[in-house]
Design a protein around this ligand. Structure first.
Ligand code: ADP
Ligand code: MG
Length: 174
């Protein structure tokens, strides 16, 4: 694998958790676009959204994405990265895209169980479960469109990693 592996999916689907383990198993680097944003300008997602709005945040995400186009890297992307058609085309053309598919109920369960990871500005101002279901409904098609591989990510993290490795190796031998 000489291309980056892009993990896409809703907030809480396991992009960071699964991506880190996958990188370890593959013996390659791991990066997180949210963390790269933080390292490049010292601002959190919440800071950028407060100062520049969601549009400004999306533009910065595209810049970050463009900087991780080479080599064996697992890249955990922001949940909304696929909202931009240019970003969807970019990750599909430059890497292998894995969609971690999780139901709205399970996402809500995880974000409630680990509220510190839910520290992101609300997109709609609605209660969490409603917002998750609504956001997922509008993005589901886009995640699928961007993805080379769609994986059931409601399994335990190690099983998700195993499923991804299986799908990647069967794609190579196809
Ligand atoms: P993302 O990076 O996609 O937003 P995270 O990897 O940060 O998601 O996971 C969000 C939370 O859900 C974390 O607290 C993590 O421990 C938990 N989690 C991630 N993947 C799973 C899984 N497959 N099963 C159960 N909990 C998970
Ligand atoms: Mg993450």
């Amino acid at each position: 694998m000489t291309q980056p592996l892009f993990m896409v999916g809703a907030r809480g689907c396991g992009k960071t958790t699964v991506g880190q383990t996958l990188a370890r198993v593959l013996g390659c680097a791991f990066t997180d676009t949210d963390e790269m944003l933080w390292r490049s300008n010292g601002k959190t997602v919440a800071d950028i959204v407060a100062e520049e709005g969601w549009m400004g945040f999306r533009a910065r995400e595209s810049e970050i994405l463009a900087s991780v186009t080479q080599g064996q890297t697992v890249v955990a992307t922001g949940g909304g990265i696929i909202l931009s058609a240019a970003n969807r085309r970019f990750i599909r053309a430059r890497g292998t895209v894995v969609y971690l598919n999780v139901s709205a109920q399970e996402l809500a369960r995880r974000l409630q169980a680990y509220p510190e990871e839910a520290q992101r500005p609300s997109l709609t101002g609605k209660p969490m479960i409603e917002e998750i279901a609504e956001v997922l409904a509008t993005r589901e098609k886009l995640y699928q469109e961007a993805a080379h591989h769609i994986v059931d990510a409601s399994q335990a993290p190690d099983d998700v990693v195993y499923t991804i490795l299986q799908q990647l190796s069967s794609a190579i031998s196809d």
